[in-house]
Design a protein around this ligand. Structure first.
Ligand SMILES: Cc1cc2nc3c(=O)[nH]c(=O)nc-3n(C[C@H](O)[C@H](O)[C@H](O)COP(=O)(O)OP(=O)(O)OC[C@H]3O[C@@H](n4cnc5c(N)ncnc54)[C@H](O)[C@@H]3O)c2cc1C
Length: 467
């Protein structure tokens, strides 16, 4: 039996939440509204609070008819079909259905707690029908939820890293902090994110290539809590190398570059690897359906690097990233600036241009304007890279979040290795997203999973305390 260390924390909280992102705040608010005393511990300092949540823009929600923030309809059936397609059926269907059904409540629930929504911006992956956009982005959502939580009496502690979950035969007494002190609680909800910021752990699934990944979000999601749980016999879910990863500008910082470093120009040019070779069909499908595979594609190339090459027409066809593209009047000059072999790059562009069909492309449809005779061919929007100046973006894999996590049940209870639920330990958000996302990704579902399971975890914790 543990005793609370003399660290200023009361003897035993009703509910302890680890992680102050979307999932944690939804859990904390729900438990506090039910009358529980709630503490939230987060490893990050206050000014960097909010984990990956502060980088987000929207969540995906089903709706049978237009709402105040979503257009048309997005039925359960269509949402489910979309999820099945991207995961190729690698999902827990019961939990996936629960997530989708409960997604319908989210904009109303969040709205009542201070979160504001806005119409979708153009160029944001065309998500206005399916996804609700946060006014002011994830940081504004987070500030609203923190303000609301604090108004309910939730105690938020920053700079407080949880090092270990105190777990004994499926029962959780509380947590040990990095400074070795102990915080006790009757119910514990883990919402500490994935392990995407832990390059050593990523290397176990990806090999040395992981060292060249850029981490798009918070450096604090190192997986310490997940590791502690798995080491103590909690049932894992998801594969070690499954994650959401996109191609981002190689000039982005190692951590926390956020959304603005993503390069959306791939369909309107070509992408070469270090050896100036094309390696994948840049025009396979609409970008919203393909952007999330390009992190893995670049990760599989030598030195985990790629180069998007466009001409002065292609470069106008997408929303620019925060980085100015590298520009030159000649292909050889551009190649030199990018560190590519000029002759090999010229040859790759000439081969591509010669294989392009006649006539203009139409980016509003899958226009079938395909190259012929290339390996691989570009199957839509194949226009010659011919009008100077020419532009290049260096690309790296940008990891968003990992999918391997802890298995949970319908009540967000963590399952032990024998399949039995823990009596008082719950999980929500990235740390359990792999239950729904075995592979692939559907834009906006990360926040949906976190909010749905955060609310369930908070409500179940409170219910089991008879609140
Ligand atoms: C650039 C970017 C853009 C994204 N855009 C979207 C989007 O528009 N829509 C969408 O649905 N999803 C998006 N995602 C994914 C989304 O961010 C996540 O799915 C979601 O925020 C996860 O919420 P969470 O609460 O589980 O984790 P987080 O928000 O990451 O919160 C986890 C918290 O746990 C804390 N923590 C970690 N370890 C410890 C520890 N040992 N002790 C104490 N605290 C700890 C961290 O400091 C962090 O505050 C995006 C991600 C990124 C990186």
């Amino acid at each position: 039996m543990y005793t609370s260390t003399d660290n200023g924390f009361p003897k035993r909280w009703d509910v302890l939440v680890i992680g102050a992102g979307n999932a944690g705040l939804c859990a904390a608010i729900t438990a506090a509204e039910a009358g529980c005393s709630v503490i939230v511990l987060d490893a990050a300092p206050r000014d960097m609070r909010g984990g990956n949540t502060r980088h987000t823009r929207n969540l995906r929600a089903m709706h049978e008819a237009p709402t105040d923030v979503l257009t048309d309809a997005y039925s359960f059936e269509e949402y489910f079909e979309d999820l099945m397609r991207v995961t190729r059926g690698i999902t827990n269907r019961e939990l996936a259905s629960l997530t989708l059904e409960k997604s319908a409540e989210l904009t109303g629930w969040l709205g009542a707690r201070g979160v504001r929504f806005q119409p979708a911006l153009s160029g944001t992956l065309n998500l206005g029908r399916t996804n609700a956009f946060f006014l002011g982005g994830g940081r504004a959502l987070l500030n609203s939820l923190c303000r609301h939580a604090e108004g309910l009496g939730v105690v938020l502690h920053y700079d407080t890293e949880v090092a270990e979950i105190l777990l004994d035969d499926g029962f959780c007494d509380g947590v040990r902090l990095a400074d070795d002190s102990v915080v006790l609680a009757k119910k514990v909800i883990t919402t500490a994110g994935g392990f995407e910021a832990n390059l050593d752990w990523l290397a176990e699934g990806w090999g040395e290539a992981a060292k060249n990944f850029l981490v798009r979000g918070t450096p604090w999601n190192t997986g310490t809590v997940l590791k502690s749980l798995l080491d103590q016999g909690v049932k894992p879910v998801g594969a070690l190398d499954q994650c959401h990863a996109v191609a981002i500008d190689a000039r982005a910082p190692k951590y926390d570059g956020g959304i603005a470093s993503r390069i959306d120009g791939v369909p309107f040019g070509i992408v070469l690897n270090r050896d100036a070779e094309r390696f994948y069909d840049e025009g396979e499908d609409f970008w919203p359906k393909r952007y999330a595979i390009w992190g893995r594609l670049v990760a599989a190339q030598p030195d985990q690097v790629g180069y998007a090459i466009l001409d002065s027409i292609g470069v106008t066809r997408f929303m620019p990233s925060v980085f100015t593209p590298i520009r030159d009047d000649s292909i050889e000059g551009l190649a030199g600036q990018l560190g590519l072999d000029p002759a090999a790059t010229r040859q790759a562009v000439d081969l591509f241009n010669a294989a392009c069909p006649e006539g203009p492309i139409d980016q509003s449809v899958l226009d079938g304007k395909a190259t012929t005779g290339l390996v691989p061919d570009k199957t839509n929007w194949a226009a010659p890279i011919a009008v100077p100046p020419f532009y290049g973006f260096p690309l790296r894999p940008g990891i968003t979040f990992t999918y391997m996590g802890v298995e949970v049940n319908y009540s967000a209870q963590i399952l032990m290795a024998d399949g039995k639920p823990s009596a008082n330990l719950f999980a929500a958000g990235e740390i359990m997203a792999g239950n729904v996302l075995g592979q692939g990704y559907l834009a906006g579902i990360g926040m949906t999973i976190g909010a749905v399971f955060g609310r369930i975890a908070g409500a179940e914790a409170a219910r089991r305390l008879n609140r």
